[in-house]
Design a protein around this ligand. Structure first.
Ligand code: ATR
Length: 274
């Protein structure tokens, strides 16, 4: 019987997950499909009841449900617990729901694919202190990466995140901007620069030194102003397509036991978004 999977969120129409997973099902000879489901905050429980009744085999969860879903699950992995956010749900044979967070580990996989594994001693600057920043920081820390500094428009939010991550610290945006040459890896996690969101840059990266790995987790547009300026200064830049594909690949693996082709998918989505 054909299996089916889903992504639940609001907004959801723009999601690239259905297209990506459908290609992977096809490439791996699996009789399955993946559909987007629009659910507003507060509708999560009723939607999940329907998914279960209709035999959905697993789903992704996106904004604004990543934290709300925690109370509905029987098990959650360590990353999801730490981040208080779930992006992947599996349905066990007994019907029990388990939650995982593949965002942070997806980021690390993309980072290592792009830059190799030799940057573990570099100092890391994370711009932003929301859910994405938390997940990325936790995964970098768990993977043995160097000291992490958070900077954020609202410094108190950066401090809250830093308080939960051993060895990390906080700088104001101005301080981070002035001290940018200290960092070998700079990660932009805010929504600034995203299509239809605030334009501009959360921090001016013109003080980066050549060779710095500068990653913006935004992929629409494919190159934010932040990345363009960093590139002009000699930084080695990447957008968020790698993280998106690798988090999806780990969800796919949870559901099917197969790790799909990520490199081909990154090329395909890059062409699509260009
Ligand atoms: P996500 O789950 O995508 O990380 P989030 O949890 O809402 O989303 O976090 C958004 C992040 O983007 C925060 O760090 C936020 O800064 P504040 O803590 O000051 O709110 C940052 N952010 C959003 N809009 C911003 C803007 N216009 N300028 C600077 N930072 C912004």
């Amino acid at each position: 019987m054909k299996k089916w999977f889903a992504v639940i969120g609001d907004p959801i129409a723009q999601s690239m997950s259905p297209g990506m997973h459908d290609i992977w099902f096809k490439e791996n000879g699996l009789d399955a499909t993946y559909v987007p489901i629009h659910a507003k905050r507060g509708q999560l429980e009723e939607i999940i009841t329907s998914l279960r009744t209709l035999g959905c085999s697993g789903w992704n969860v996106t904004v604004p449900h990543k934290s709300d879903i925690l109370t509905i699950l029987s098990h959650v992995d360590e990353a999801a617990k730490h981040m208080e956010a779930v992006n992947t749900v599996t349905v066990g044979q007994d019907g029990e729901l388990s939650g995982f967070n593949t965002d942070g580990i997806g980021f690390v996989a993309a980072l290592e694919e792009q830059y190799g594994t030799h940057r573990k001693a570099d100092e890391i600057l994370i711009i932003g202190s929301g859910g994405a920043a938390k997940g990325i920081a936790f995964a970098l820390y768990n993977s043995g990466y160097g000291p992490i500094t958070f900077t954020n428009r609202t410094l108190a939010n950066a401090q809250l995140v830093s308080d939960r991550l051993p060895g990390s610290s906080v700088l104001s945006i101005d301080e981070a901007q002035m001290n940018l040459s200290r960092f070998g890896i700079v990660v932009q996690t805010t929504s600034v620069g995203m299509a239809f969101a605030d334009s501009g840059m959360p921090l001016n990266p013109s003080n980066v030194i050549p060779g710095t790995a500068v990653i913006d987790i935004i992929y629409n547009p494919i190159e934010t102003q932040f990345l363009t300026v960093a590139k002009e200064r000699g930084a080695l830049i990447s957008n968020g397509i790698g993280m998106f594909v690798h988090q999806g690949a780990r969800s796919f693996e949870q559901w099917t036991g197969i790790y799909p082709d990520t490199a081909g998918m990154i090329d395909r989505l890059t062409q699509q978004l260009e």
